[in-house]
Design a protein around this ligand. Structure first.
Ligand SMILES: NC(=O)C1=CN([C@@H]2O[C@H](COP(=O)(O)OP(=O)(O)OC[C@H]3O[C@@H](n4cnc5c(N)ncnc54)[C@H](O)[C@@H]3O)[C@@H](O)[C@H]2O)C=CC1
Ligand SMILES: Nc1nc(O)c(N)c(N[C@@H]2O[C@H](COP(=O)(O)O)[C@@H](O)[C@H]2O)n1
Length: 220
């Protein structure tokens, strides 16, 4: 599976405010690029922290891109994936609407009532891992369902874990023209952080847009 992480951060590296309020860091050009990345992916993934903070839809907006997916024999929308160890995704979350298929990766200790409730809400629930979702096993399970290209939008906890597990192939970051600040505001990669053997990145693209800059790396 090919995994692309894409996110937008402020000039000081924050994904949102300390209150985790949704905030537009990207401008129109970058949001359109993100729509194109979604359309080129088999699935779009976030952590449940992002679902609880932003209630995103994770769908493709542009009708031409939806039509092009159909033309390539794909479903009109990429699938959605949420890493959700304790099955906290609200049944009325937008990721569970009828617009696209949704996979919830939950921990194996998740109570069966919670799994059944999400199953009734339309999700395909995959249980893997104990305290947290076992991401290598979860991504293998997705690959066996035909997901070969996965786009990950965040947040910082999930992005760190994917790097920690050596699962990221590409990283794209839009750096917006603002400072958010706050020691408790989420950053691009949170988790415990690395102490040694930091993932190596090879810069493959730099582009000015929306008053900021898009940086693209391959992960060595
Ligand atoms: N500016 C941007 O491009 C984006 C910003 N965001 C922001 O990020 C914030 C949410 O980020 P976070 O709080 O870091 O939450 P997150 O979205 O990374 O979700 C973390 C949660 O995922 C679950 N999870 C399951 N298995 C996991 C594993 N193996 N590793 C890590 N997490 C696992 C856990 O319940 C964990 O608490 C929000 O404020 C949102 O607005 C989110 C996406 C994009
Ligand atoms: N690329 C990008 N730029 C920003 O400025 C952002 N605030 C985000 N946030 C993420 O975008 C997603 C919203 O999804 P929908 O538009 O509702 O489909 C979600 O993943 C946000 O956390 N991204």
């Amino acid at each position: 599976m090919h995994v692309v992480v894409n996110a937008a951060m402020s000039a000081d590296g924050k994904l949102s405010t300390r209150e985790r309020e949704p905030i537009a860091i990207s401008g129109g050009t970058d949001f359109d690029r993100v729509d194109g990345l979604r359309a080129d992916s088999d699935a779009v993934m976030v952590g449940v922290g992002t679902v609880l903070a932003d209630d995103p839809s994770l769908t493709v907006d542009d009708p031409d891109r939806i039509a092009a997916r159909r033309g390539r024999g794909k479903s009109p929308q990429p699938a959605r994936v949420v890493a959700d160890s304790r099955a906290r995704t609200p049944p009325d979350a937008r990721v569970l609407d009828d617009e696209a298929e949704t996979y919830l990766l939950v921990g194996e200790r998740t109570a069966s009532e919670k799994v059944e409730r999400l199953d009734r809400a339309g999700a395909t629930v995959i249980a893997t891992g104990q305290a947290r979702v076992d991401l290598p096993a979860g991504l293998d399970a997705l690959e066996s369902r035909g997901i070969d290209r996965l786009m990950v939008e965040g947040g910082g906890e999930l992005i760190f874990s994917l790097f920690d597990a050596g699962l990221v192939d590409e990283l794209s970051v839009f750096v917006g023209p603002m400072v958010i600040g706050g020691r408790d505001a989420p950053t691009l990669a949170d988790g415990d952080g690395f102490l040694e053997e930091f993932p190596d990145l090879e810069l493959i693209g730099v582009e000015r847009m929306d008053g900021g800059v898009l940086l693209q790396w391959d992960v060595a």
